[in-house]
Design a protein. Sequence first.
Length: 337
Amino acid sequence: MSEKEIKKPLLQVRDLKQHFPIEAGFIMKKQVGAVRAVDGISFDVNEGETLGIVGESGCGKSTTIRSISQLYTPTSGSVVYNGLDLIKAKREELLDARKNMQMIFQDPYASLDPRMTVRTIIAEPLEIYKKRRMLEPQMSKKDIEDRVEELMERVGLNRAFKNRYPHEFSGGQRQRIGIARALALNPKIILADEPVSALDVSIQSQILNLLHDLQEELGLTYLFIAHDLAVIEYISTRVAVMYLGKIMELSRSSDLYKNPLHPYTKALLSAAPIPDPVIERKRQRIILTGDVPSPNVERVGCYFYDRCPYKMEKCKTNIPPMKKVDEHHEVACWLYE
């Protein structure tokens, strides 16, 4: 994806934490610990760009996006959209902000109500905001019907299928329905939670191209979650690498793939296959030892310490801050102090 001119931040996340309590006891439940799914992350999403978040399964990617959208109530931190802190916002303020911030979910089979027709699914956001008198301008029943048909055509679905049910569509078609629903309210930013991971590879490319075209046509901003490095490289303007609820590295996509700095990023990229047998045979794979540590344990040093091949004594007891190594590249590692 070509790099765009960086504009002002549309979304600002600061020191976001999402801890889920661990409770013991049958009657008198008592909190005995916490799962630190997201443990203090900060980043901006600039207008018109795609910020990709990549990392292993269980590193906190999906929790991050659900905390930002307030599907989970964050433990602490701030999520500022267009000057409004969503964590502190009142209900009506949050509903108003959500018009401009919509989600595409990972599983197109689970994210659509099987009892609702395609027409009802896509029209639901419009009906909800119409009932609350929060649509500008207010839409008639015919306006909503026309909008549903327009959205179906825009995402590549035949408008004649609007009265069919989700089970009558393939996985790729269902994800297109989910995308149409997300576009219904003309949002400015789309939070995409691994929107292609449940699809066949050939269908993945179609959905990615659709998202790319929609961004160009509508001026959308994406926060895009994936664990597939090739998908992130294709779709993203900038990339944040997550590990154990922390951001390890944040950079422009081209810089990250050409010059990864953090040991974890290097290990991830070394594991991704390259479609050139000559290069593939010559390059050295970085094998990480040990397992991913438990997110239940509060850490006092680098989160990657247990598996890092370059660890130092300092790393054991000091959490490295994000450090700018150049204008567009940040890394949390004591190797670059």
